[in-house]
Design a protein. Sequence first.
Length: 61
Amino acid sequence: MFRMGPWEIGLILVIVLIVFGVGKLPQIGNAIGKGIRQFRKAKNGEEDEEEKPEVKKIANS
């Protein structure tokens, strides 16, 4: 099976940097991260936590 070594990974990173530029990389990483999180949540059957309102308890003084 195909194994990726450090040279192949480095070459792919250089090509991605050339194609998208330095300014777009954080946006691309953010989008990929959100996609992976949504996939894992769907796989585990969890609900979306982003849509739930956060409940804060107020202490009586």
